[in-house]
Design a protein around this ligand. Structure first.
Ligand code: FE2
Length: 337
């Protein structure tokens, strides 16, 4: 549990920073207004304090009741720009137009509805006794990832707005605090990991653990598909704190990795290490379960958090999320890239 009562950082008390209940990381920003232009103005005026609160909370911040953003999509981009130097433009990155907003190129659209047609994640096969009833820990939840870790440098922060949601007990997003998970490691173990690099790769190029296990033929890669190396223990460029930087087995390279210098392949020493670290980082005490309501915005730091989407009934409900991606401060090891 985080220490301290409700914190008001604004002298005019136009907003409050509130630690997430029953959770060791993450904060909620509460405003006295639902007017989107006023929320933007308050954020702009107080961005120094808001960023301080965001990083102190290990990079997880929730804002609620932003339903007006649906009619003013540019407001999401303007808010995103406060969190870093650059916001990804999906037209420029040649993303298929069916996956981004028809009038705002910086908004990625994630939905089971057409034209996107993303299927929901598979349903967990057993219930857990935590309050959400969901299994949280890898390997019972398998899709724990950090966004686009196959890029170099990888992106910094993801902002996710719930435009339309299924009931809140479906389609949750789980977040795991890899800074806390790193700090909980035995110091000797952490020192060993500090010298190692993971190899990350897009899930669709046939280098995932499953592809290698199934003896999928290894394809020649295009320059933009090349797997990328990142430290297993990554130092956060703002806080300086070390975090585990790992990814789901779909998004690492089991042909030449997943860990540089360790035995390769689906069941080699590298694979065993990634499984051990995923299982450690997603222990219940490091995980926050977000149950979405329409108008929720979650801001999550990809440099030190893992996240994971859960199943929802896509036959009965539409889930429509808008995502922006903030880039430009990946840390010293990416200097000049
Ligand atoms: Fe993601």
């Amino acid at each position: 549990m985080q220490p301290g009562p409700v914190t008001s950082l604004s002298s005019a008390s136009e907003y409050r920073v509130i630690p997430l209940e029953d959770n060791d990381f993450g904060v909620r920003l509460e405003f006295d207004t639902r007017d989107i232009n006023s929320v933007l103005r308050i954020c702009r005026d107080n961005i120094g304090s808001i960023l301080e609160a965001f990083y102190a909370a290990h990079g997880l911040m929730l804002l609620g009741e932003l339903q007006q953003m649906r009619e003013q999509p540019r407001a999401l981009v303007e808010l995103s720009r406060l969190f870093g130097p650059e916001v990804e433009n999906y037209r420029q990155t040649l993303t298929s137009p069916r996956f981004f907003h028809q009038s705002v190129d910086e908004i990625l659209v994630l939905s089971n509805a057409p034209p996107c047609n993303h299927p929901p994640p598979p349903k967990a096969t057993f219930a857990s006794d935590n309050h959400s009833g969901l299994p949280l820990r890898f390997p019972h939840q398998v899709n724990w990832h950090t966004d686009q870790s196959y890029r170099r440098p990888p992106p910094d922060i993801t902002l996710l707005l719930a435009v339309e949601t299924p009931p809140s007990d479906q389609g949750q997003t789980l977040f795991a605090d890899c800074t806390a998970a790193c700090a909980a490691l035995d110091p000797d173990r952490r020192r060993q990991l500090e010298s190692l690099q993971g190899i990350h790769a897009p899930s669709w190029i046939g280098r995932s653990r499953e592809a290698v296990k199934n003896h999928t033929p290894v394809l020649a890669l295009l320059p933009h598909q090349l797997p990328q190396r990142h430290p297993l223990v990554r130092r956060h460029p703002v806080t300086g704190e070390p975090s585990l930087y790992i990814c789901e087995e779909k998004q690492m390279d089991y042909v030449d990795g997943p860990v540089v210098g360790l035995e390769t392949g689906a069941d080699g020493a590298g694979a065993r290490l990634i499984r051990e670290l995923l299982s450690h980082a997603t222990r219940e005490e490091f995980v926050y379960v977000h149950e979405w309501r329409t108008g929720d915005l979650v801001i999550a730091d990809n440099r030190n958090l893992l996240h994971c989407a859960t199943w929802y009934d896509a036959e009965s409900y539409t889930r429509l999320m808008w995502r922006t991606t903030v880039m430009g401060n990946p840390g010293e090891e990416y200097h000049g890239e």
